[in-house]
Design a protein around this ligand. Structure first.
Ligand code: HEM
Length: 150
C-alpha cells in the first residue's frame, strides 16, 4: 500500500488523520473569527459589547487559530517529507495556497488589533467579502489534494 511507505511507516495514516482533525479545527477558527469581526463592527468603541467581542476574538486566536495552524503545518510537513511531495505539482500549488491562508490569518490578527483600538478600517461589505476567502481556499486545497489535477 503506497500509504505505508516512507519513514513514517504504519504511522502515516495516523499522522494524516491528525492532520485532517487539526485542519477542521483551523478552518472552524478561520470561519468564525471574521464573522465575529462583522458583529464587532456594529458595536460602539469602548462599550461593554465592544469589550466582550475583543475578548472573544482574542480567545479564538490564542486557543483555536494559533495552535491549530501550528499543528496543521507540523503534521502537513511530516506528510510531505514522507511522500516526497515537493516534486509533485498539486503539492506545490497546495503549499502556496496554505501559505496564503496563513498570511490571511496574519491579516486577521492585525485587523483584530485595529478593532480593539476602536478603529473600523473596512466597509462592512468589504469585510463580508473577505470572509469568503477561507471557504474558497479550503475548497481549492481539497481539490488539489484529492483530485491531484497536476
Ligand atoms: C500547512 C501546510 C500543509 C501541508 C504541508 C500539507 C501537506 C499534506 C500532505 C503531504 C498530505 C498527504 C497527501 C497524500 O497522502 O496524498 C496531506 C493530506 C491532506 N491535506 Fe494537507 N497540508 C497542509 C495543510 C492543509 C490544509 C490547510 C488543508 C485543507 C484546508 C489540507 C487538506 C488535506 C486533505 C483533505 C488531505 C487528505 C488527502 C488524502 O486523503 O490523501 N491540508 N496534506
Amino acid at each position: 500500500m503506497d500509504g505505508l511507505v516512507g519513514f513514517l511507516g504504519n504511522a502515516y495514516p495516523w499522522v494524516k488523520a491528525a492532520h485532517l482533525t487539526f485542519v477542521i479545527f483551523w478552518m472552524a477558527g478561520l470561519f468564525i473569527l471574521p464573522r465575529f469581526y462583522v458583529y464587532h463592527h456594529e458595536t460602539t468603541p469602548g462599550s461593554a459589547e465592544d469589550r466582550a467581542w475583543i475578548e472573544r476574538e482574542e480567545r479564538v486566536r490564542s486557543i483555536i487559530l494559533g495552535p491549530a495552524m501550528g499543528l496543521v503545518w507540523i503534521l502537513g510537513l511530516l506528510l510531505a517529507a514522507n511522500i516526497g511531495a515537493w516534486h509533485q505539482g498539486w503539492f506545490v500549488a497546495k503549499f502556496l495556497m496554505v501559505v496564503a491562508l496563513s498570511g490571511y490569518q496574519g491579516w486577521l490578527a492585525v485587523y483584530g488589533k485595529r478593532l480593539a483600538q476602536g478603529k473600523r478600517p473596512l466597509e462592512n461589505r468589504t469585510l463580508r467579502i473577505m470572509n469568503e476567502i477561507p471557504g474558497i481556499a479550503a475548497a481549492l486545497i481539497v481539490v488539489l489534494v484529492i483530485v491531484k489535477p497536476f
